[in-house]
Design a protein around this ligand. Structure first.
Ligand code: F6P
Length: 533
């Protein structure tokens, strides 16, 4: 039978409850149930989530859990982990979890053998990441003039950039002291040209990171880097030298580009681009923090995978976060979710999560090919605290829109000191509390009214270790997956990005296809730009 979330009894019940939800106060829930914080807190490894400050009564919470239960979540979760082709529009399995699995992890009898074979393949592919990263870190990998590598440029975009860039920034506490990582993604030439200007080609290595090895931006940036090496070092075919490695699921395309076979670090096609930091796309992470710590990161993700597969829904961190998001998105008309890390090293987390969440769940066709008649993925945005407090928090406290917040912080920070960290955490806790509690306006000063009743989660990591970072990213991966299951959409394709790519190619080709002429505005803008050259 075809599933639709809106046809479930839980959806119906939630709709009814939503009508009275705005009259409820989160603070009253705490008065009614003094044990609320305890009941609405969960742990996974060194991650602690307090979700008690949500506009969710006990009754609503039960209905949300029922919604998960009435959805195909359980079946699809088993299907994903056991390697079934759940990405139907691309005819692919979805197995990023296999990148951090161990032999024997798979418990579905029919899938054990295949799973163990996959894990062996992954281990083999990751052993190349270990080998290459260790050679670079130790100075044994030398450029064409025999000098050790001091600078690594990861050229990639989307999933081939955001994950490694975030991980290297988040885990800078563990960074190699003498090797600098650079990330070039945008096709804006100013980015790569200004980076190259600062570097010495003799000691620079380029990692061309692209699942497909066909992405326009990546190939143009790689070409610019290639020309730079050739001109500066008087080289021919620089892509064949030790200044280039390729990270890809298409060995064939990387070979055709000229990268030598032994300098290609491959990963499997069943790893989605936005889930690829755990694969050889993560080479830059292993170079920066060392392979052992890269493995710790994988281990943290695996811990979350196991939790996601085994914890009951009411104690399951990804399921809980997904259900709360659905409550606000589909029943209380919130159009966005804010992610605010109180940690400057996690500055890039919101932009990483934008791809993970919005490319996965920004869909309007169901898995059965029907148009959806309910909202799907929310707009995800964010910035670090306390900086955000001095920018957009005004809207969170007194604006007219509902924007639930995920506050993320480190209980302990080895890179800070006691005084700073106390102030940072104090601010985070105060914001989460102020959003919920609000405050009456003093007489005659209506502008000082804080309505409160604004929901937030607080997610604490004991510390920002590679392991905890891995758990954090896997948590959001699974949250997005759960929402996709409930919305009955394919979270693993990204057809929405194709049209713009095609039109850019058409526009740049200069041989306009007369059967698909550009619209008048675009033609005029193009002509204006040309007249300025
Ligand atoms: O934007 C579309 C997309 O396919 C992303 O999903 C992907 O991460 C990115 O482009 C880069 O693709 P590739 O790794 O193949 O260069």
């Amino acid at each position: 039978m075809t599933y639709s979330p809106t046809a479930t009894s839980a959806w119906n019940s939630l709709q009814q409850q939503a009508e009275s939800a705005s009259a409820e106060r989160i603070t009253d829930f705490f008065t009614e149930n003094p044990n609320r914080t305890n009941e609405m807190s969960v742990e996974c490894g060194q991650l602690h989530l307090d979700f008690s400050k949500n506009l969710v009564s006990d009754q609503t919470w039960q209905a949300l859990l029922a919604l998960a239960n009435q959805s195909p979540l359980e079946t699809l979760r088993a299907a994903m982990f056991s390697g079934e082709t759940i990405n139907t529009t691309e005819n692919r399995a979805v197995l990023h979890a296999a990148l951090r699995a161990e032999i024997g992890d798979q418990k579905v009898a029919a899938a054990v053998e295949e799973s163990d074979q996959r894990v062996s393949l992954v281990k083999q592919q990751l052993s190349r990441v270990k080998l290459v990263s260790e050679k670079i870190r130790s100075g044994d990998w030398v450029g064409s003039t025999g000098k050790a590598i001091t600078d690594v440029i990861n050229i990639g975009i989307g999933g081939s950039d955001l994950g490694p860039k975030l991980a290297c920034s988040a885990l800078q506490e563990f960074a190699h002291p003498n090797i600098n990582l650079h990330f070039i993604s945008n096709v804006d030439g100013a980015e790569i040209l200004s980076t190259l200007k600062k570097l010495d080609p003799e000691t620079t290595l380029v990692a061309v990171a692209s699942k497909t090895f066909t992405t326009q931006e990546t190939l143009l940036n790689a070409k610019t880097a290639l020309n730079w090496f050739e001109q500066q070092l008087d080289l021919k075919d620089a892509q064949t030298t030790s200044h280039f490695v390729g990270l890809t699921a298409s060995r064939e395309n990387a070979l055709a580009y000229g990268i030598p076979n032994e300098q290609i670090l491959e990963f499997a096609e069943w790893v989605g681009g936005r889930y690829s930091l755990w694969s050889s796309i993560g080479l830059s992470i292993a170079i920066s923090i060392g392979y052992d710590r890269f493995e710790e990161m994988l281990d943290g993700a695996r811990e979350m995978d196991i939790h996601f597969q085994s914890a009951p829904a009411e104690k399951n961190m990804p399921v809980i976060m997904a259900l709360l998001g659905i409550w606000y998105n589909n029943f209380l008309n919130a159009q966005s979710i804010a992610v605010i890390p109180y940690c400057e090293r996690l500055l890039l987390l919101p932009s990483y999560l934008q791809q993970l969440d919005m490319e996965s769940n920004g869909k309007s066709t169901t898995a059965d090919g029907q148009p959806v008649d309910y909202d799907t993925g929310a707009i995800l945005w964010g910035q670090t605290g306390t900086n955000g407090q001095h920018a957009f928090f005004q809207l969170l406290h007194q604006g007219t829109r509902l924007a639930p917040v995920d506050f993320i912080a480190l209980a302990k920070d080895n890179m800070s000191n006691e005084e700073h960290h106390r102030v940072l955490l104090g601010n985070m806790l105060a914001q989460s509390s102020a959003l919920m509690c609000g405050q009456k306006a003093p007489a005659g000063e209506p502008h000082r009214y804080y309505p409160g009743n604004k929901p937030s989660n607080v997610l604490l990591l004991k510390e920002l270790s590679p392991k905890n970072f891995g758990s954090l990213i896997a948590l959001y991966e699974h949250k997005v997956f759960v929402q996709g299951c409930i919305w009955n959409i394919n979270s693993f394709d990204q057809w929405g990005v194709e049209l713009g790519k095609k039109m850019a190619n058409q526009l740049l080709a200069d041989n306009s296809d007369s059967s698909a002429p550009l619209d008048a505005s675009t033609q005029a803008l193009f002509a204006y730009i040309e007249s300025c050259q």
